[in-house]
Design a protein around this ligand. Sequence first.
Ligand code: GLA
Length: 393
Amino acid sequence: MSALDAARALFAELTGREPEGVWSAPGRVNLIGEHTDYNEGFVLPFAIPHRTFAAARVRDDDRIRVASTFADERVEVALTDLDALFPTAPGAEPAVPEWSAYVLGVAWALLAAAGDAPARGVDIAIASDVPVGAGLSSSAAIEGAVASALNDLWRLGLDPVALAQVGRRAENEAVGAPTGIMDQMASMLGRPDAATFIDCRSLATESVPTGFTGEGLEVLVIDTQVTHSHSTGGYRERREACERGAALLGIRSLRDASEADLPRAAELMDDVTLRRVRHVITENQRVLDTVRTLAEHGPRMIGDLLVASHASMRDDFEISVAELDLAVETALAQGAIGARMTGGGFGGAAIALVAHDDVEKVSDAVARAFADAGFAAPHVFTVHPSDGPRRDI
Ligand code: GLA
């Protein structure tokens, strides 16, 4: 059954009725620009064909009831109680099951963003074909689908950037993951055959044609099956190191530093902080270089930038794992134009840019290399830059 049909079926099971509509939003792959978003820097992600669907209908009362194919339980609260549930205290577990905090958190943040717009209760059923924990932003997809549904059903008229900010607020303050804005922006602004260049300080965006299809290229996703979570641990630590580095440099964020600042940084900070800072500074530059290279020379010339990005994450930012390194090395050895881990790191997926005719060869080689290394079998598939949110029914 498709995820769209699964959302409709679950809605019928929840309510005994058809939904008023079904809305969906995509996951994303980040082409380049990792851990730069919360440093007010640059990113270049694109939306993927995998989507999360929210089947919904308004109710006659003020209650919000949610169900998901990922969980057996149903969660129901009054809209007026959302303010008592959120924000979740930093580091604490949400007061509702985590999967439902994405949905309820969006409703809460949306009501806050819309001022005192009168809102009616709503039933929502969620289903998705975005792999969870793979670094493909299944969470931004759920936030985008729910935000789009409620924006329409409550007639709020918020634009895609405002909805992305609502999604991020839900993620940060309801779920408690200290992430940046990239994933929600990537999901909300997806366009076929284009990546979205985002200035994460101004939130100005530019659609950047990738030219993959015209050049006969495919983006291979190698999901290592090593699942990650950004609510805790390494992600938060990296963020704190960046903030420390910016403070030591006397700047608002690492966005305001360039390679010329690195000698001074070396005098001001310990080696670990310096390497975290160096990753962000060089990664921002690589994003700008990738945008320019795509426009001037096409996608076959961005390989070195992808490879340098991976090396920087492996050596300076230290967020790669053995499975990701093996995926990247194997893809490159089999002729990939470029490859890098994508997303927050500590597991998740790598991407490889490969010629259409090499997809099978690279996929087989990665599967073999994982088996030889004693790693779990990776999930390997192709993606292409795809549409943002839409109303499906
Ligand atoms: C996760 C976060 C994003 C971003 C990336 C790393 O996907 O949700 O905000 O920080 O990690 O680039």
